[in-house]
Design a protein around this ligand. Structure first.
Ligand code: NAD
Length: 436
């Protein structure tokens, strides 16, 4: 296994500057390159700025040197790991990686930080050496805060490339490594985007049928489920509707033919309307929420009334005790509980049908959602919390078929996915395994 000491980061944008920073903090020598050297120098300044700087020790910043693709790519021959982090465009990534391939030394490792482009589309028809030395290292944003990195081999990737990357990511950078497969959006974004994109549809139905508001929906989707306080609409505002739109398009192209996610790759009519007029989220000053700072220093929050297509004052929501946990809400038939049940049944069923398609076991899926999306419990841990039998009953009462992993539990007369306080998990072979 190569000891990674020198890292090239290609791209000094949102992700690249964070990756450069965490590598420098871990003691690696870093070469940060972009189209212009000035972009890398600006990124270096950003690394020590702000409320939560990536680098707090100036000595670590000195480990980062900067340059441009045109002038400095030949330097990469002296580096162990070349991490590509440029824009999410397969042609741009391929063009840069073919130059990297010509310049790098034998034995170096290459990774790409795509969010959802299949790795095989990136290395297709590239030299065999690159196909053997490349993997996806999918960091999450902000890099220095989010624990998750999804590690994805290609069809020809040498096992040593994966063990070396797992070692540097896990042991040097202190990341939580999840082993994913070369399937669209890997693990976290496959499930997380299903939850968000299907959630926008389910939530709007609850608004129309039962008069739920965005504020109630977000309150229900936060604390009771163990999800971050942004809830559903607040999270989409943070990510941006433009990003979600592109995620939907990528899913439309790359999801398997019969995947249930295909029903949700487009927005609802009212969300499409606000997307079309550029009301994209926090980046445009408002999406579903709009925070206004007044001259006297006070702030006010408005929320977008989707059914009526207008802004109105946001009303803080305090949930009743009976709505405070997923166990209490799941399967009840009042308006709040119906919404929570509909959205969570969809997400939990989807997850339970994706093993082994996207990961070899449930542990990698649960970790991806905890470490990448800030869920307190992953989908299989949530099923255990509700009770697998109850989840199966609700799925069947909706006329849906029981997903693979839940069917396997039933066949083996087992009632939970974990036992011994999580020390063992239920595998696809129907046996109990140690959770490592
Ligand atoms: N931002 C996120 O939340 C996030 C999370 C996980 C993964 N990713 C993935 O990481 C990668 C980088 O995303 P980002 O958010 O840092 O993007 P970004 O737009 O902040 O930065 C992209 C970088 O690519 C460079 N670039 C643009 N055009 C180029 C070209 N023609 N040739 C070479 N370089 C070019 C830019 O100069 C810029 O520094 C993408 O593949 C993205 O999908 C992003």
């Amino acid at each position: 296994m190569t000891d990674i000491k020198k890292v090239v980061v290609l791209g000094a944008g949102t992700m690249g500057f964070g990756i450069a920073g965490v590598c420098a903090n871990a003691g690696c020598e870093v070469l940060l390159l972009d189209l212009e050297k000035s972009a890398c120098d600006a990124a270096k300044e950003k690394l020590v700025a702000g409320r939560s700087p990536v680098i707090t020790d100036a000595g670590n910043l000195d480990r980062i040197s900067t340059g441009s693709f045109d002038d400095d790519l030949d330097k990469i021959k002296d580096y162990d790991w070349i991490c590509e982090v440029v824009v999410e465009n397969v042609d741009i990534k391929r063009s840069l990686l073919s130059k990297v391939e010509a310049a790098r030394a034998d034995g170096s490792i290459v990774s790409t930080n795509t969010s959802g482009i299949p790795l095989r589309d990136i290395y297709r028809d590239m030299p065999e050496r690159l196909q053997q030395d490349i993997a996806v290292t999918h960091f999450f944003n902000p890099v220095h805060i989010m624990k998750l990195v999804e590690l994805v081999p290609g069809e020809h990737t040498r096992p040593e490339v994966i063990t070396t990357l797992a070692d540097v990511l896990g042991n040097k950078l202190n990341k939580g490594v999840v082993y994913a497969k070369d399937t669209v959006n890997f693990i976290g974004n496959r499930i997380g985007c299903m939850w968000m994109l299907s959630g926008l549809h389910v939530a709007e139905k609850s608004m129309k049928d039962n008069g739920l508001t965005i504020e109630t929906i977000d309150a229900l989707m936060a604390e009771p489920i163990g999800l971050p306080a942004t809830g559903l609409y607040g999270l989409v505002d943070l990510i941006g509707l433009d990003v979600m739109y592109n995620v939907g398009k990528n899913l439309e192209t790359n999801l398997p033919t019969n995947d249930p996610g295909r029903a949700y790759t487009s927005f609802t009519d009212s969300v499409q309307k606000i997307y079309d007029r550029g009301q994209l989220g926090r980046k445009t000053g408002g999406g579903f929420y709009k925070l206004t700072r007044h001259d006297d220093g006070s702030k006010s929050m408005e929320v977008f009334d989707l059914p009526n297509d207008q802004w109105k004052a946001a009303v803080p929501v305090t949930l009743e005790e009976s709505d405070s946990t997923l166990e209490k809400l799941f399967g009840r038939d009042d308006a709040n509980a119906q919404f929570v049940t509909d959205i969570m049944v969809q997400t939990l069923s989807y997850s339970a049908d994706l093993v082994p398609e996207i990961a070899d076991d449930i542990v990698n899926i649960d970790r991806a959602m905890r470490w990448g999306f800030g869920w307190k419990k992953g989908p299989f841990e949530l099923i255990d919390l509700i009770g697998a039998d109850k989840v199966i009953d609700v799925i069947q009462s909706k006329g849906q078929s029981v997903p693979k992993m839940l069917a396997l539990l039933q066949e083996n007369k087992v009632t939970s996915f974990y036992r011994n306080d999580g020390a063992e998990y239920f595998g696809i072979d129907g046996q109990w395994h140690q959770t490592s």
